[in-house]
Design a protein around this ligand. Structure first.
Ligand SMILES: Cc1cc2nc3c(=O)[nH]c(=O)nc-3n(C[C@H](O)[C@H](O)[C@H](O)COP(=O)(O)O)c2cc1C
Length: 373
């Protein structure tokens, strides 16, 4: 292994006290393969087992915290104590291979397909569809808002009881927490909406609830991460300046990291074309040393990851690359980095241990992965 990659292999101790052996994380990726009730299947456990030996941290696919927030067919559930044994299998599989296991906790809000919901009615901050023709959500009542905040706390308690090392609050990718932060989906005039500060109240209430749950229930150090999307394309929509104010608030919480979800690590603002510096780097500069930032997005080779870390961003999550190359870390360690795959061959499903429903999307949805044959 060359010196170039030394940064990737530095251990790190989060503020909670959890220690990880290196700076690479498996990015959260939904695998659409749990059973209809939300229990994890053997295929999913095999998928995690195959990808947990090298990386320091595995962030799981998003698990819904309440039935009204389910977002995908085959999504796994953290919405009831009945799922603790199912969640435990995920945690044990990941930890058994040597990585720390972080459960991503989620509510889909207006993005939930009506067919997956008990009453077929998505909910959100306000009754505004994401785009023309998309389902119109029902505005959440005060009682429903409180119920969802509690549900994030309860899912965290279940993650603790299942033996996870932490949770990542999914505040990104247009789902419910982002919907409350966004001026597009949040048109409320009560305490949960209006100014930028008020649009932060719902996500911050969830952070507080999760922190409280960890303080009450965790008997050993437990990570709390928060994932954001820095911008939205809609009008009105979240701007980079909104996000810089939000991360400033998040940095003062008892969080272990902020994870910035973008498609490409180096891309600048898509709302303001003159702001060309990487949004991840901007966020890193804003929070400074107060909280570590996790960067992600279209990084594949070890050189690309090392270059991204040269910016000072301390953690990198790899998503699609670890689908195509589960042994990414091991190949660097054994000096075989030139053998790291950065394309997908249709022949390799079995070797790559990818569940059928995810595989079908990867090979058929154009643009997701470079499929070579
Ligand atoms: C198949 C697939 C499923 C995903 N599921 C999730 C998810 O459950 N939660 C989440 O926050 N992001 C999800 N993402 C986004 C990834 O975590 C990541 O941010 C994105 O793929 C960009 O990183 P990459 O270029 O390294 O893949 C998913 C991405 C893919 C390709």
């Amino acid at each position: 292994m060359t010196e170039l990659y030394e940064k990737l292999f530095q251990p790190y101790k989060f503020s909670s006290g959890v220690e990880v052996k290196n700076r690479i994380m498996l990015a959260p990726m939904t695998h659409y393969s749990s059973d209809d009730q939300g229990y994890v299947t053997e295929e999913e456990l095999a998928y995690y087992g195959e990808r947990s030996a090298g990386v320091g941290t595995v962030i799981t696919a998003c698990a819904y915290v309440i039935a009204g927030g389910k977002g995908f067919p085959g999504q796994f559930s953290a919405d009831d104590d009945a799922f603790i044994p199912s969640l435990r299998k995920v945690a044990e599989t990941i930890q058994g291979k040597g990585a720390k296991a972080i459960l991503q906790i989620y509510h889909g809000g207006r993005q939930s397909p009506p067919d997956l919901l008990p009453d077929k009615q998505p909910v959100s901050a306000s009754s505004v569809a994401s785009s023309e023709g998309a389902p119109v959500p029902r505005e959440m009542t005060e009682a429903e808002i409180q119920e969802v905040i509690k549900a994030f706390g309860e899912a965290t308690r279940r993650a603790i009881e299942a033996g996870f090392d932490g949770v990542e609050i999914h505040g990104a990718n247009t789902y419910l927490l982002q919907q409350f932060f966004s001026p597009h989906s949040n048109r409320r005039t009560d305490k949960w909406g209006g100014t930028l500060g008020k649009r932060m109240i719902f996500p911050l209430s969830i952070v507080n609830e999760v922190e409280k749950t960890v303080a009450e229930h965790a008997k050993s150090p437990f990570v709390i991460g928060y994932r954001i999307s820095p911008e939205e394309g809609s009008e009105p929509g979240i701007t980079l300046d909104d996000t810089l104010q939000f991360v400033d608030r998040l940095a003062n919480q008892n969080l272990d990291y902020i994870h910035v979800s973008v498609g490409h690590f180096w891309n600048g603002s898509f709302r303001e074309s003159d702001r060309t510096e990487s949004r991840i780097v901007k966020i890193y500069e804003k929070v400074g040393n107060r909280i570590p930032v996790v960067g992600v997005g279209a990084l594949h080779t070890p050189e690309e990851v090392a270059e991204a870390m040269e910016t000072g961003v301390p953690f990198i999550a790899l998503g699609r690359e670890l689908l195509m190359e589960p042994y990414w870390i091991e190949k660097i360690k054994s000096g075989k980095e030139k053998e790291i795959r950065t394309t997908l061959s249709k022949k390799d499903q079995e070797e790559l241990v990818i569940p059928d429903p995810l595989w079908e999307k990867l090979v058929n949805v154009k643009g997701w992965l470079p499929v070579v044959d």
